[in-house]
Design a protein around this ligand. Structure first.
Ligand code: DDH
Length: 289
């Protein structure tokens, strides 16, 4: 086998499961964060690692983990993600054979599954790149913009309207932080559980501009504790987007199915999997919690 001839450790599914279990255990233990879980910020790390992809040039994407380096780590959109990278440092130390780029995606998948989301197939094979592969600033979406911007940014990665809406359902999770993006608050009342609540709230709640000194964002009329970004509201003001919001609000099973498919595509953008070797996606087992 390859490992016998080269002396290089070739990890198997059981090895990736060990990494998964370690991240899941850390998620369970380190509950001193935000709404009690680092899960949302781990999902955001995996998304921002992947969402720099440009299909024309084949640059960016999760293959490289270039956010480790200052130019990209310091991009405004990545503010606060050092929290997620630091959270994973002990996991990398315990399993030094895994690349950062494979680890960040595995952590995103682990977080989604542990937060009761759908099963996401995992394929390793990403290689870490050096500082020269850092992407230019401005490839990730700007929350102050609208439908044209969304189609521009996500079209550059190769996503259509349905996929844009399905990906955006990740905002069921987590919150905005004034010291990171400048925005404030969570999108849903259950920010550590994957649900279709984001779509339900977009349709059923009345959203008003929040009166404050911060950047323009919406707040819900009923509780005034939830928020929407201008880009979130674009999903209901644009008719083509809205029909998908309606479908996902009505059918959580459909959302889970489409979300699993589209996040898999996102996490694999620009990753040159070796089709000749064993590249069957693996299913990593959630912990029973
Ligand atoms: Fe997002 N997101 N996101 N987002 N996102 C923020 C937080 C989180 C946009 C802006 C913001 C996706 C799409 C978009 C998550 C996942 C995903 C914050 C707040 C802003 C701003 C950051 C902070 O202050 O800490 C915009 C704009 C878009 C868009 O245009 C579509 C997608 C596609 C995903 C995904 O995962 C697939 C998650 C999770 C969070 C919560 C992070 C946390 O710390 O909590």
């Amino acid at each position: 086998s390859a490992s016998e001839t080269t002396g290089v450790f070739v990890p198997k599914q059981e090895d990736y499961q060990k990494v998964y279990n370690e991240i899941a255990a850390l998620l369970q233990d380190k509950d001193d964060y935000d709404d009690g879980s680092y899960g949302p910020v781990l999902v955001r790390l995996a998304w921002h690692a992947s969402g720099t992809y440009d299909k024309e040039t084949g640059t960016g994407g999760s293959n490289g983990a270039t956010m480790r380096f200052q130019p990209e780590g310091d991009h405004g959109a990545n503010a606060g993600l050092v929290t997620a990278r630091d959270f994973l440092a002990p996991v990398k130390a315990k399993f030094p054979w895994i690349t950062y780029s494979d680890l960040w995606i595995l952590a995103g998948i682990c977080a989604i599954q542990e937060m009761q989301g759908p099963t996401i197939p995992y394929r390793p094979g990403r290689m870490d790149k050096d500082i020269a592969a850092c992407t230019p600033d401005g490839r990730l979406p700007d929350a102050s913009q609208g439908n044209k911007h969304l189609r521009g940014i996500f079209g550059r990665m190769g996503f259509n309207d349905q996929e844009i809406v399905a990906l955006s359902g990740a905002h069921a999770l987590g919150r905005c932080h004034t010291d990171r993006s400048g925005f404030d608050g969570p999108w849903t009342f259950s920010p550590t559980v994957v649900t279709n609540e984001y779509y339900k709230l977009l349709l059923n709640e009345k959203w008003n501009w929040k009166k404050w000194n911060g950047p323009k964002q919406y707040e819900d009329k009923t509780s005034k504790t939830l928020m929407m970004l201008p880009t979130d509201m674009a999903l209901v003001s644009d008719k083509a987007f809205k029909q998908w919001v309606e479908k996902y609000a009505k059918d959580e099973g459909l959302f889970f199915k489409d979300f699993a498919a589209v996040i898999t595509k996102l996490f694999e953008l620009g990753v040159p999997f070796d089709e000749t070797t064993q590249q069957t996606p693996m299913t990593l087992k959630p912990t029973a919690n």
